[in-house]
Design a protein around this ligand. Structure first.
Ligand code: HEM
Length: 222
């Protein structure tokens, strides 16, 4: 990336533009397409939700130690936290013993391990993962919720899709604007910004790898 592009462009624009291609790739995986196209059973959705549990467990257990961090701290906001909602959804999808059925795909293990590593040792990298998940959930996540409600008959914004419902964010568009302002003020020099953008691309690739693995587990042609 050209040095002047980095210093002249708002960081929120930079990170969004730089990950655009990876976004399209993740969005158009067979698994996502089949799931959003209503072609898969609820078990595929449950398996996907289960994978998210591992990712958010790493993101949110790592968050506590970063609250006062000058780089990552401003991003950590209680209204974003998703683990409790995911656990409620899994209880609905898998029953009261859902915890004993949990298993991470190898691709999910790799994703969660990278998030945990960033949380432990690189706040800028943690910001990249934070952005990739939460801003996505607040955006395309709403499309997934709508399709899931229609395909598998979950109550609107109820059990099964609570992960996508940010109860404490009344105005997601305003929240996203505020989030982008935080990105624009991130305490990072140009080199670190470039590293964060690269980590964001890696975060998208880790998501795509999970979708590819899920696609193998739930092939349509079976
Ligand atoms: C089929 C699946 C998906 C759909 C339909 C979708 C759709 C969208 C849409 C419509 C937006 C734009 C919202 C806006 O302009 O405010 C968006 C933004 C975003 N999505 Fe997705 N998305 C999908 C999958 C993903 C995945 C897998 C990720 C990464 C884990 C992701 C991460 C993001 C991020 C980070 C943004 C915010 C971009 C920004 O404004 O900076 N999305 N998505």
């Amino acid at each position: 990336m050209n040095a002047s592009v980095i210093s002249d462009t708002a960081f929120s624009t930079l990170i969004r533009t730089a990950s655009h291609e990876q976004h399209a790739e993740a969005e158009t995986t067979t698994f996502m397409g089949d799931m959003l196209g209503g072609k898969l059973g609820v078990e595929a959705y449950a398996r996907y939700t289960e994978q998210l549990w591992f990712v958010y467990e790493a993101l949110e257990s790592g968050a506590r130690a970063l609250v006062d961090d000058p780089v990552a701290g401003p991003f950590i906001q209680p209204e974003l936290m998703r683990l409790a909602a995911l656990e409620r959804d899994l209880g609905h999808l898998r029953g009261p013993r859902w915890r004993s059925t949990l298993s991470a795909l190898p691709a999910t293990e790799a994703y969660a391990a990278r998030v945990a590593e960033c949380a432990r040792s690189w706040p800028g990298g943690y910001v990249a993962h934070h952005y990739t998940r939460y801003l996505g959930d607040l955006s395309g996540g709403q499309i997934i919720r709508d399709r899931a409600e229609k395909t598998w008959g979950f109550e609107r914004k109820g059990d099964g899709v609570r992960f996508y419902v940010f109860e404490d964010i009344a105005n997601p568009a305003a929240f996203k604007r505020g989030y982008r302002e935080l990105l624009d003020r991130v305490r990072a020099d140009d080199l670190e910004k470039q590293r964060i953008v690269s980590e964001c691309k890696r975060a998208f690739a880790l998501n795509t790898a999970v979708f590819l693995a899920l696609g193998e587990e739930f092939p349509l042609s079976a």
